[in-house]
Design a protein. Structure first.
Length: 394
């Protein structure tokens, strides 16, 4: 009796990069969801973000200006370009910042070739630079003095996320110029973010319910030795031989969350998404709460102890007071992504002080970046400086 040999499966080496075989391999190698819940129709038909726009495509973005264009401008060309883009205001027709009584005339060229404004009042006649009282651009002399076009180019590099130390190396500009520009931009953004947040209102209108994610984070941690704590009543010395745990402030407390919830969320028709912190479990009128557990659990399955993976997103069915039923995905993915975005843009070292004004400004500046991610930051900065200088030009 003859034996028949089975054919071995065909294996192409190397793997095909295109064609039908490539499509078949991609289908087989695609990772399937580990949970049966994520394979159901309810999961696929329920969006995570019910309202709002999708994430922007950064790879398709082009900014309005380039560094080569800005750095090669003359003083007059730089003034005209920055005025068109909104980064530099026009002093013509405004009150004189020196005498506060005269009216500033139009921009005119002086014998030195530098454009200047001039007060029309007979007893003043002060010359005013186009960047006078500007939060970012300056007309300084000496090692820190740079042309207006080069200052605009440095600002463009900072907006693109280039580190200050790298800008100093590739442009050979004094590092103090770059540091001052970075600090001034952070404080201008801080003022704008706080102005916008003061007018924010959470919650839906009429029968509309909004999703709100809540979370807390620590941007810097510091352990204060017990010997340095100023407590006059202390009459003993603490000695700890075990490992120090959780040097941060810990989760939010119930009294802190109660004040925040009553101010921003009470009676606002909100579907609240949080983690498993106990403070968030307090009942607030007009708020439906849903939470996920960001912690691994050790459970017993079939007599064997195994680790259960944390839950980051889950489905939740909600019945509104009107009787309407909603199925939403509960999670804190968006706010966690924003924390990661902000922390990646903070430069922390041993000289950074917790709670300092500069650190708060850097956090607000990163928050401004997050609001305008995927947009032309040069154009956004023009609108920002127009808003800031409107308060000065009266």
């Amino acid at each position: 009796m003859a034996k028949t040999l089975e054919k071995k499966p065909v294996r192409n080496f190397p793997c095909p990069k295109k064609g039908k075989m490539r499509m078949a391999l991609k289908q087989k190698l695609t990772k399937k969801p580990a949970s049966k819940l994520t394979q159901g129709k309810a999961w696929a038909s329920t969006p995570y973000v019910r309202d709002g726009d999708k994430a922007p495509r950064v790879d398709r973005l082009k900014w309005k200006r380039t560094f080569q264009e800005l750095a090669g401008l003359t003083e007059k060309e730089a003034i005209e370009l920055l005025m068109r883009d909104g980064l530099l205001p026009s002093w013509e027709g405004a009150s004189c910042p020196f005498c506060t009584e005269g009216i500033v005339g139009p921009l005119q060229d002086r014998d030195s070739g530098l454009p200047r404004y001039r007060c029309r009042r007979r007893n003043c006649h002060k010359f005013i630079t186009p960047q006078h009282l500007h939060p970012l651009f300056s007309a300084t002399r000496g090692p820190e003095g740079q042309t207006l076009g080069l200052q605009a180019g440095l600002l463009l590099l900072l907006l693109a996320g280039v580190p200050s130390s790298s800008i100093h190396l590739v442009t050979q500009v004094n590092h103090k110029v770059v540091e001052r520009l970075h600090k001034s931009l952070a404080f201008v953004r801080k003022a704008y973010v706080e102005h916008v947040q003061a007018g924010m209102v959470f919650g839906g209108r009429k029968n509309a319910w909004q999703d709100v994610e809540v979370d807390e984070t620590s941007f810097d941690k510091k352990l204060v030795p017990i010997d340095e704590v100023e407590v006059p009543e202390r009459n003993m010395k603490w000695e700890q031989l075990t490992k120090k745990r959780s040097p941060g402030p810990g989760p939010i407390r119930k009294d802190e969350w109660r004040n925040i919830a009553d101010k921003w969320l009470k009676d606002k028709q909100i579907i609240l998404h949080t983690d498993s912190a106990k403070a968030y479990k307090q009942k607030v009128r007009g708020v439906h709460h849903g939470s996920v557990v960001h912690q691994k659990k050790r459970v017993k399955v079939g007599g064997v102890w195994t680790w259960q993976q944390p839950t980051y997103v889950k489905l939740k069915k909600i019945t509104l007071p009107t009787g309407r039923k909603l199925t939403v995905k509960v999670g804190t993915q968006i706010v966690d992504r924003s924390w990661k975005f902000i922390k990646s843009r903070l430069r922390l070292n041993q000289h950074v002080q917790t709670g300092s004004a500069y650190m708060q400004a850097c956090i607000r500046s990163a928050q401004y970046d997050y609001w305008h991610r995927g947009q032309d930051l040069w154009t956004c900065t023009g609108a920002l400086l127009t808003w800031y200088m409107r308060k000065i030009l009266q």
